[in-house]
Design a binder for this molecule. Structure first.
Ligand code: MF3
Ligand code: CO
Length: 255
């Protein structure tokens, strides 16, 4: 039989154990970034920290050479929505908000999560965007349990962001993860409640909304064909967790 639709993989216990081990390393890499990140550093310095910590932990940075991505981590500052490329020329300064998106391959299992960091003195508006984005992700998390649907989860994220006057990026979202970097399904955070696949124990995916201060419009940098920016130049924030669906609800595999 030929499957017509790409399928969502339900992982077995052995695979979940492997993904969890990969996720532990992803968390440790982000913890190391959290300890070291500071004003005056370049995003290239962050790339080096991620590369070296990943290697020390026996892993491989999943972004490196992924579809031609040139670095080990994505570092997206201020109006950059995602897929910022580390550079010696980008120096962290007081007032910046930055997403550091780490993905690890460990013994062939993939993990993926990201956090926001506030550098020095950040404006109240920027801080609020960072906090509300995290809360929106948590609203989605509450909807993860067997029998509920992806669309309901995404809608919960979207509603929370809208209530606070923000918009959510439509074209980019979460994804299944574990045996590959990006698996089915595409996980939208502007979805309709009651739609989409039902959660089944053993599914592993990311919740990673990109929340914008202004318009939800975005564009891709024509020079590197990777970095995504807000259309209006206003701020964007993102947090990403990797979760497995369990019999009771969910298990956080990386954050
Ligand atoms: N880590 C991103 C995600 O959350 C994917 C980045 S692809 C890369 O899905 F090549 F830019 F690393
Ligand atoms: Co991801």
């Amino acid at each position: 039989m030929i499957l017509k639709k790409p399928q969502i993989i339900v992982k077995n216990r052995e695979q979940l154990d492997g993904i969890r081990e990969s996720g532990k390393r992803n968390i440790e890499i982000l913890d190391t970034v959290a300890e070291k990140i500071q004003e005056g550093m370049s995003t290239e310095d962050l790339d080096r920290i991620v590369y070296e910590t990943t290697k020390k932990l026996g892993g491989i940075p999943a972004p490196l050479n992924y579809e031609g991505f040139p670095k080990s981590v994505c570092t997206s500052i201020n109006s950059q929505v995602c897929h910022g490329i580390p550079s010696e020329k980008v120096i962290l300064k007081s007032g910046d908000i930055i997403n550091v998106d780490v993905s690890t391959i460990y013994k062939d299992y993939f993990s993926d999560s990201s956090r926001m960091f506030c550098i020095g003195n950040v404006s109240a508006e920027a801080k609020k965007l960072v906090e509300v984005t995290k809360e929106a992700m948590d609203e989605g998390l509450k909807q993860v349990y067997p029998g509920n649907r992806f669309g309901t989860m995404g809608d919960a994220v979207h509603k929370y962001a809208l209530q606070h006057g923000y918009t959510v990026v439509r074209q980019i979202g979460g994804h299944g993860v574990g045996l590959e970097f990006h698996e089915e399904p595409f996980v939208s955070f502007v979805s309709k409640a009651g739609t989409g696949a039902k959660f089944v124990p053993g599914m592993v995916f990311t919740i990673e909304p990109m929340v914008n201060q202004g318009t939800d419009g975005i564009y891709i940098d024509g020079n590197n064909n990777w970095t995504v920016y807000t259309m209006d130049g206003k701020l964007s924030a993102q947090w990403e967790i990797m979760v497995a669906v369990t019999e009771e609800g969910y298990e956080i595999m990386a954050y």
